[in-house]
Each structure stands twice: as C-alpha cells, then as structure tokens.
Design a protein. Structure first.
Length: 544
C-alpha cells in the first residue's frame, strides 16, 4: 500500500469511499458513561484474532488448576491468619511482595514504582493542627517544618473518594477507606541515595469525621491497619482512575476518530492503528464482564458499581489531554526534579521511553510533513482533530481542534502512543505482583472503620480483610489481566511499505534497546528492580 497524504492521493474517490464505509461502522456513544465519549457498537473487524485468543488462553492455562485447588481448600479451612492468604497460590507463582508487604520500605516503594505510581505529589504546606500533632509525636527525630521548606514532603491523598459509601457482597457490606498519607524524603538511606519514609496516615470516616493521625510510632498492628487502608484506596483509585479511565477509556475516542477520519493509506493512520489493536475489543469486553452489574468491579471493589463508575467519571472530569503528556503529568505533581527526589523509577524509566518514542514519532512524521502547508492542507488530519475536540465527537478536553505545525502533531501523537503502550503497561502488568496477594492491596474493607483504629490482635484484623471468595476472585481477574502480552513496542505485524518509514522504525528499535540497557543499569542500584517500563515488556497497544 502506497502512503499518501490526502491532497496528494491520485485516487481520492477510493479514499473517500473507504472512509464513508468506516463512518457507518464506527459511531460515538455519548450516553453510555457520560461525560466520556465511547464506541457505540464494536465492528466485526475489531474482534480478537484467532492467534490472539489461542495465545491468551495459553497464557492463562495454569489458572483453572489453581482456582480448583483454592476452592477445595476454602471449603474446609477458613482464613484465620494473614499467612493463610499464601495458600491461594498452589499452582501459580507467589508474588515477591508476599515476603515484604508488611514493611514500611515496601509501602513507600509502591508509591514510587508500584501498580499506581500516579498519586504521590509534592507539598509545601500542612495544616497547623496536623503539623503540631505530628511534630509532638516525632520530637527531635524529624523537623517537619524544615522538611516542608526543603521540599521533601509528599502526600498520597484519596479523600476525593469520600462520596463512596460502600457496597455489598453475599454476606454483608464492603467499605472503601478514604485516607491521606504523608511521606518524607530523607537524604540518608539505601546506598546513600536516600529513601522515602512514611510520616502519618489520617482517614476520613463514613460520617465525614477524621481519625487521629496514625504514625509508625503507634502500635504496630494499628499502623499496619492504617497502611492497609491506604492500599485499599490506592487499589480502587488504580483500577477505576489510573487504569480504566486514563488509559483504556480516554484512548477509545482516538481509535474511533482514527477509523472515521484517516484513510487506510494515511501516514498517521498507518502509524496509529497498531497502537489501537484489540483495544476496542478489550474495552467492549470490559463493559460486558468487568463493569457490568454482577461483574468483577461490582463484586470486588469497595463501593457500589455506580460509586465505582463515578470514580471513573470524576477522574475524567479532572483529566485533560494536554495535561496527560508524561513529562507534564509528572511536573504537575511536583515529581519531576531528580535532585529533589532522586529515586522515582516510574519517572526515570518513563522519561527514557518517552524520549525515544518522541524521537521516533518526530522522524516518522517529518517524512510526510515537510512544510506547514502539508499540515494545513491535510483535510483528513484536520477533520480528525476537529472530531476529537468536538462535543458531538470525542469530547477530548485539551485537544486542539486544528493542528498548525508538525511540532504540535508530534506532541499529540507521542502522548497517544505513550498512553496506549508504556503508560498502560506501567499500570496493568504490575497488578499480579502487587494485588494478587490480597493482604498487600485488598480491593475493599469488610468492616466499617471507627475513630479508634487500634486492634487487639491479628485475628481481629482478618475480619477487616476480604473473605475467601473475594480473595480468590481478586487473584483470578488480576492474573487474567496481567498474564499475556500480545506484541512488543516498536515491532509491527505489518511492516511499513515506505523504505524511509522502515528505516525510522529500525532506528526506533535500536533506541529502545539502548533504553533497555539503561534500565537494567538503573535497576542494579534499586531496592526493588522496576521492570514494567522495560521496552521488551511493553506492548504496542492496550491489547489486554
């Protein structure tokens, strides 16, 4: 297939006919989960291939035996202690987190390189009451005012989830804690690099009241329970905001508009389509199996199905496309300066991948767009941008409705591909490691919080954690979601026919290999190796 911009195509009618057929098949649905714009009906051509189905089934082949063994065990052996959750892995590999999850080191590392490294942000002020209370507890061991002034204080704030009142399961109610956790970067620590340490956790109760701040100096079981509350909130935020909303659903309109407005031989369409492969089919499957009534979200998360979907809507209201570019998002949270925060693997590895990707996108687009007129005269490109920004189309906030320069287009396309590939990989594939072993990150609490978080023993803690069925179901769905990778970033099923484009793709692969080597080097000095942005483990698309 010869690549043409529309203004140069010798067969314009053939091109238009192809687009008109697509526009009949690909329609926006503005009502299913408003204010998001999604796909109305899945076209046949977007279905999973036989290769995809067979490989995905093979990747999950150990799950049925594991599930059967867990079910037989749970019939005669109730969950009496935390160690009992280890028995949920008779066949599947045990996550490494199982050995470290109770430690403060693990708790802090998960803010920086866990399944949801998207919440922590820098702060330079704390309420006087909170500051005084914490300072009294820590005494001379930690000068909070000094640390604030140095820019060393951070917060993971989940209080925006306060509208969630809790859901139900077959034996009663489930709950979602709404914590705010404070952290401090200390310059002395692991390998003289420093480390993030926890300072305190405060929870908002169902009645709107807040608990006293719990610190690492309190009773160990009470402190552990407070950390579990943070993990539950983080799990819900991860699944509905960082994962579902800000990768799967915000990218769906881009796939629809690309099908509707960019012809099959348009250079941008050729570049983007591998990065949308199977995404629409997976999103359609999610609506039928995950976020449906009685589905996994309804069954496992802390709120009702409607409350969980409201997390999605609220997340989308706060999201904008221009603010979601990787370097911008990091900067907006005050997490961009390696001198202030030397250890942030998600940022450091992500920037390596982002830079390689932006170079590739730039080199590719400049093959076809040599002058500003090439951009302005590309009617398909302009229709694509206009439809994405339109309230009747993609409804993408922060999306330009007209593209004037190739640099603007490079920024847009880099953000799209990064979100579909690296960003989705960073929030999807760590799920098994950090969430399959339920005590590390339960998806709901099963006992209502009170102002007094103190607990007498481990047995009373067990009533707070998920019962056997919920634990088994959480393991099952997270294994399914993270066990299979369809392809590899920069490796395309159908090679580009243009020799210039092929050369750019080959250079991209070499650049990604260099990124791979640098990440391996980075991991040698890390407490926990961060593998989820290693290029060979990043698929091209949201294909699972």
């Amino acid at each position: 297939m010869t690549t043409y911009l529309p203004q140069n195509d010798p067969e314009p009618q053939k091109r238009l006919d192809w687009l008109q057929r697509n526009r009949a098949e690909y329609e926006f649905d503005l009502n299913y989960l408003s204010p998001l714009s999604l796909l109305k009906n899945l076209p046949q051509r977007e279905n999973f291939s036989s290769k995809y189905i067979s490989e995905r089934l093979l990747a999950s082949s150990e799950l049925p035996a594991n599930t059967l063994a867990v079910r037989l065990r749970s019939l005669w052996d109730p969950l009496d202690e935390l160690q009992d959750y280890e028995d949920f892995f008779p066949v599947l590999p045990k996550p490494k987190t199982l050995k470290t999850y109770q430690t403060d080191d693990s708790f802090c590392e998960q803010r920086l390189c866990g399944v949801n490294p998207m919440v922590l942000r820098s702060i330079n002020e704390i309420s006087p009451k909170t500051l005084e209370s914490l300072q009294t507890k820590f005494g001379s061991s930690l000068n909070l005012r000094q640390e604030l002034d140095k820019g060393n204080m951070y917060v993971a704030d989940y209080t925006k989830l306060s509208f969630v009142q809790g859901g139900t399961y077959e034996r009663g109610k489930s709950y979602l804690p709404k914590p705010k956790a404070l952290f401090c970067w200390r310059s002395s620590g692991y390998s003289d690099r420093g480390q993030l340490v926890p300072v305190g956790i405060q929870l908002t109760l169902e009645n709107g009241k807040t608990t006293n701040i719990i610190t690492p100096l309190d009773n160990p079981l009470t402190w552990f329970k407070a950390k579990i509350c943070v993990q539950i909130a983080d799990g819900n935020h991860h699944e509905m905001s960082s994962h579902l909303c800000r990768t799967h659903l915000v990218m769906e309109p881009f796939a629809v508009a690309t099908a509707r407005q960019l012809a099959s031989n348009h250079p941008l369409g050729l570049l983007l389509r591998p990065h949308f492969q199977f995404m629409l089919a997976n999103n359609d499957l999610a609506r039928k199996r995950l976020i449906n009534r009685g589905g996994y979200v309804d069954d496992l998360l802390g709120g009702t199905l409607q409350e969980s979907l409201q997390i999605v809507k609220n997340s989308y209201e706060e999201w904008s496309f221009d603010g979601s570019a990787f370097p911008t998002e990091i900067k907006n949270r005050g997490m961009d300066d390696p001198k202030r925060l030397p250890h942030y693997p998600y940022r450091d590895d992500g920037m390596l991948v982002w830079n390689a990707l932006k170079k590739f996108v730039s080199n590719y687009l400049k093959i076809y767009y040599k002058t500003p007129q090439d951009i302005s005269n590309d009617r398909e490109l302009q229709a694509w941008a206009q439809e994405l920004a339109s309230p009747q189309g993609g409804k993408i906030k922060g999306m330009r409705d007209r593209i004037e320069t190739v640099d603007q287009l490079i920024d847009i396309v880099t953000t799209i591909i990064f979100t579909c590939g690296p960003q989705h990989a960073a929030v999807n594939f760590p799920q098994y490691e950090y969430m399959a072993f339920v005590p590390n990150m339960p998806l709901a609490a099963y006992q209502q919080l009170t102002e007094d978080l103190s607990i007498a023993d481990e047995k009373s803690l067990m009533s707070f954690l998920p019962p056997p069925k919920q634990a088994a179901d959480q393991l099952t769905i997270l294994y399914i979601l993270s066990a299979y990778r369809y392809d590899r970033l920069g490796y395309y099923d159908n090679d580009f026919s243009d020799p210039k484009a092929q050369a750019v793709v080959e250079q991209f692969k070499q650049d990604l290999n260099a990124v791979e080597r640098q990440i391996d080097l980075n991991n040698k000095s890390r407490l926990v190796p961060y593998i989820y942005l290693k290029p060979y483990l990043i698929p091209n698309s949201i294909s699972i």
